[in-house]
Each structure stands twice: as structure tokens, then as C-alpha cells.
Design a protein around this ligand. Structure first.
Ligand SMILES: *Cc1c(COP(=O)(O)O)cnc(C)c1O
Length: 540
């Protein structure tokens, strides 16, 4: 088995962020969690993969909720003693200045090591580049992406690591493709021939169906930064259009690409239908690393058909204690507990459940419904911060039943997806690409209550392993969509979820079991890796 896998294509996986451990501040959110689970899966199942990323000095941002109820971004310098110095540095010219990148190795994942680039060196005038993950936009972002892509390929060369497939997880890594083009052109290939050759080695995962999430830059900015590596403006335009779109560039410079759930596959193909000469976008639904996220006692109990409720209540108590310690609030163990944590951004509608006060107010007043929220906004997203502030305001209105845990991280993610009764998710369909927190919840017997977006349409058997609401309704008119989904959420919550929780405990436990059994294999990282190898990495 393992011998077999080691003869598979050797993959270099490029990603801006990796969510490997709660205290290793190299991640912001779902993209990083996916990359972290992917590396852990590669180790467990013995796939020949190396990860390439950046060592972020300050990580993403540490969220602090002020006395005034507003979220504030704070930054700390982090140092890690578990990284190995490879002794190797590579140079990248950025804005006509040389930037030296030190290469660190994280060797915790055996056959799947992670190499991290770091510009925080005394000789660099631009030591700040690897300071803050997703810090700023524009030129600063391009500089970070040049370190990841160009520095990453150069590091692999210097380390002597042979690569069959370059996998760009998101368009951030695209400049790695420019470095491969530069190598090919240096050997005398024309632009056209170089593109043809390089494409054969690149695969690409696209993530966001939200247009603004697909970064683009004016071509002259790329030229000014030196990201073009000798390509002319007309050649850049051929790849990524003008302004230059990183996703479009990656679709054109890859031989295969994927979306991260089946529905997202349809959405992504529609979204990019007008782009010619791109790779086919197949759908490979994300998966999670079970040992990281799932309580083995719950898996075991689901198999044995006993103990589910007791083990779940233990997890719920742990969560309640955690909340008590962090926020001083004492939630009730025998009352329905809803978990909701995700990035604070408009389309995820974090406060949808509060939008009809006449309905929700009495339920929160006597704790028939209790809700724990968590989630950070991007430092430059004032709209996202307003959402956080509104949630915090709700905790002040309902101090015994609504909680906001500040600074969402992997610890909070694990706590909530084990200890809640219900996992609520209500994005405006079809804006959620996949969503892996719902998978974590499902495998822990925490029942999903979600619009039919992201991965959930693939798993949901309404009233059997969780619930959907909204019936997959879509509308360009956001008010219409929100009105529709709000009514549907309250109907399912009041007529199905609450009666089952409070009056049909046996049925609830059966649903927990169905939730675990129907998701544990289908949404595990092993299935995802196998599909990557079949559909992306294998030579067609
Ligand atoms: C699982 C997880 C995510 C991804 O969850 P989504 O469902 O995509 O929101 C993000 N952040 C943390 C800390 C997580 O644990």
C-alpha cells in the first residue's frame, strides 16, 4: 500500500496559510484549515507531498472585543521553537529591491514536510512582507504572493526536491507559475511553448464564488512590482486579462482545476464560462482530518449504537465550562445550544436568527434557545466588524443565553463543533464554497441546520441526519432571499428542531447517529486526497 503511494506523482502544494495547530498562527480561516488537514491527511495516508507556505510573524490578527462592544485587531510577534532551519535562503527581487527569504522546515508530518519562507531578516529593507497574513491589499499583497510563489519554487530547487505536480491552493500562488515560465523561457522556449509546457505541471483549486474574493491587479502594478518576471504586458493580459485576475490566470496556467463542493463546481463553471483556454473545473468536495476534529468516543458510540447521548453531553459540558471560564456566562446543559462560528462577512448573515425579534426574543429569555457565536472580520472590512459588534450587542441584551467568544481559532472551532447541539449555517446560496465546520459538527453528532449551500446539499437528508431550510431558493434580490430564508429558518427551528430536541429525545439520538455514519467517510480528508490523485494529479 505505502510503496504504491510513494510511486504516485510528487506534489508541491502552495498555500498562503496552514491551520495545523491552534497556537501556530499561520492561518486565518477555512482555506488554511483545509491546507492543514490536507497535509495531515497526506502524512496519515502516505502520499508524497510537500507543502510550501509563509512563516507569518504576526499571524492573521488577534481579535479583542472592547468595553464598547467593538472588535479591535491586535497584533503580536510570535516565535516558534519547533521549526528547523534548513540553512537555505533564496532571493526574490521585489520592487527592484532584493528580498532574501529564509527557508524553514516543519518536519512534524513525516512524508509531508512543510517549507515556510520568512523575510524577517536583518539584511532586508522589506522584512515586513511576511509580517501579517492577508495584511493590506494591492502592492503589499503582491509582494507576499511573490515570496510564496517565486520564492517557493526557488526554495524547492535549492532543496533539491523533485516535483511532478505544482498545486496552487487559491490564486495567491500563481506567481509560482510565472517562475516556472521564466525557467522554461530561459531554456529558449517561446512564451507560447513555455505556457504549453508549464501548464502540464500545474493544477489549481479555486475557492470563492464571491467576485471580490477573486483578487485582481492592474497590469502596470504587476510590472512595477517585478512580479511579471520578464513577461510583457500583452502576455500578462493573455493569461489573466486586464486588470489581471489571479483566478483567471491560474485557470489558464493549469492543466486541471477543481471547485471545493459539487454545487460550487456548478457555480464556478458558470462564473468562469466566459474565460477561454482555461482548464476544466471539476468538483472535489473538501474533507476534514478526523483525528484533529472528531471525538473518537462519538465515532465509536455511533458504531456500537450506545452511549451517544452521554458522550455528547460530556462534550457539551466541556463547552459550557469553557464559556464560563472565558466569558463568565453559565449556559444550561439541558437546553438547546446552537453553535455559529464563521468569518464575519455580509453573505454569511451571522445575525439572521435575530432578525424577527418577536419570534426569537421569548426563546432567548427563558433559554429554550441558547447561542454561542465566534468569528473574526478581515482587518480592513468595516462591514464585517459591524456584524461582530451587532452580535456582541445581542450578548448584552441576552446575557444568559447569547455568547460571543472572541478571537475565533482552532480551539474554539473544535470546542463548538463538538459541544453544540445544533450547528447553524445560513449563507446566501450559492455563495458558500464548501464550509468544513459543518463536517466537523456532523461527525461529532452535532446536527446541521443549514441552507442548502456549500457541501450540505450532498449530505443532507432532511429530518434524518440534520435539517435544511430554504429549499435551495436563490434570488439576485437580497431582500427577497433574506425574507425567504428567515421565514424558513424560524419554521424549521420552531416546528422541527425544537420539538425533536425537547420531546423526542430518541429520535434526536437516532439523528446524531445518522449524522455521524453518513458523513464520516464521505467527508473525510482521505476521500478528498484520493480524488485529488485521481482527478487532478494523475496524468490525463
Ligand atoms: C473549521 C474551521 C474553519 C472553516 O469553517 P467554515 O465552515 O468554512 O467556516 C475556519 N476557522 C476555524 C478556526 C475552523 O476550525
Amino acid at each position: 500500500m505505502s510503496k504504491n503511494k510513494q510511486s504516485q506523482p510528487r506534489v508541491a502544494y502552495f498555500c498562503m496559510e496552514y491551520g495545523l495547530h491552534t497556537d501556530f498562527k499561520a492561518y486565518a480561516g477555512g482555506l488554511g484549515i483545509l491546507a492543514g488537514d490536507y497535509l495531515k491527511g497526506a502524512k496519515d495516508h502516505d502520499y508524497p507531498i510537500v507543502g510550501v507556505g509563509i512563516l507569518w510573524k504576526q499571524g492573521y490578527t488577534d481579535q479583542l472585543i472592547g468595553e464598547d462592544g467593538q472588535p479591535y485587531d491586535t497584533y503580536h510577534n510570535y516565535r516558534y521553537d519547533f521549526l528547523e532551519d534548513t540553512g537555505i535562503t533564496v532571493d526574490v527581487e521585489i520592487r527592484r529591491r532584493n528580498v532574501r527569504c529564509k527557508v524553514w522546515k516543519l518536519d512534524a508530518f513525516g512524508n509531508a514536510p512543510l517549507y515556510l519562507l520568512d523575510t524577517d531578516l536583518p539584511e532586508n529593507e522589506d522584512a515586513w512582507i511576511t509580517g501579517q497574513l492577508y495584511g493590506w491589499f494591492g502592492e503589499e499583497r503582491i509582494a507576499q504572493e511573490m515570496v510564496l510563489g517565486i520564492g517557493g519554487v526557488r526554495a524547492l530547487r535549492k532543496l533539491g526536491i523533485e516535483v511532478d505536480v505544482y498545486h496552487f491552493n487559491e490564486g495567491h500562488a500563481l506567481f509560482a507559475g510565472f517562475e516556472l515560465l521564466r525557467e522554461a523561457r530561459k531554456k529558449g522556449k517561446s512564451f507560447k511553448k513555455a505556457v504549453k509546457k508549464v501548464r502540464q505541471k500545474i493544477v489549481f483549486t479555486t475557492h470563492t464564488p464571491v467576485i471580490q474574493g477573486n483578487e485582481s491587479h492592474p497590469i502596470d502594478r504587476l510590472m512595477y512590482m517585478g512580479a511579471n518576471l520578464g513577461l510583457k504586458p500583452t502576455q500578462l493580459k493573455k493569461l489573466g486579462g486586464s486588470p489581471f485576475n489571479m483566478t483567471v490566470g491560474a485557470l489558464r496556467l493549469s492543466r486541471a482545476s477543481n471547485a471545493v463542493a459539487q454545487l460550487h463546481g456548478e457555480t464556478a463553471n458558470k462564473m468562469w464560462a466566459h474565460i477561454d483556454k482555461k482548464s476544466d473545473i471539476v468538483a472535489i468536495t473538501n474533507g476534514i482530518h478526523l483525528p484533529t476534529w472528531v471525538d473518537p468516543l462519538m465515532l465509536e458510540a455511533a458504531e456500537q449504537g450506545e452511549g451517544l447521548w452521554e458522550f455528547h453531553q460530556q462534550n457539551k459540558r466541556r463547552l459550557i465550562d469553557f464559556v464560563k471560564t472565558r466569558n463568565g456566562v453559565e449556559l444550561q446543559e439541558d437546553k438547546l445550544l446552537i453553535g455559529f462560528s464563521r468569518r464575519a462577512v455580509a453573505y454569511k448573515r451571522s445575525d439572521l436568527i435575530f432578525s424577527e425579534p418577536d419570534i426569537i426574543d421569548p426563546l432567548l429569555r427563558d433559554n429554550r434557545v441558547q447561542i454561542i457565536f465566534s468569528g473574526r472580520a478581515h482587518p480592513l472590512d468595516d462591514g464585517g466588524k459591524d456584524i461582530v459588534a451587532r452580535l456582541v450587542e445581542m450578548t448584552r441584551q441576552y446575557p444568559n443565553s447569547v455568547v460571543f467568544l472572541e478571537n475565533y481559532d482552532m480551539t474554539i472551532g473544535a470546542m463548538l463543533t463538538r459541544g453544540s447541539d445544533i450547528w447553524l449555517n445560513n449563507p446566501r446560496r450559492p455563495k458558500e464554497a464548501s464550509g468544513t465546520s459543518g463536517m466537523k459538527a456532523a461527525m461529532n453528532g452535532v446536527l446541521n441546520l443549514s441552507t442548502l449551500d456549500g457541501w450540505w446539499p450532498e449530505a443532507c437528508e432532511h429530518g434524518v441526519n440534520g435539517w435544511q431550510f430554504g429549499d435551495g431558493f436563490e434570488s439576485e434580490n437580497e431582500t427577497e432571499l433574506d425574507d425567504h430564508d428567515r421565514a424558513a429558518l424560524y419554521r424549521v427551528l420552531l416546528e422541527e428542531v425544537m420539538p425533536t430536541y425537547y420531546h423526542q429525545r430518541e429520535k434526536w439520538i437516532e439523528m446524531m447517529s445518522a449524522s455521524i455514519q453518513s458523513t464520516r467517510d464521505a467527508f473525510g480528508v482521505k476521500r478528498m486526497l484520493d480524488e485529488y490523485y485521481q482527478l487532478l494529479y494523475a496524468k490525463g
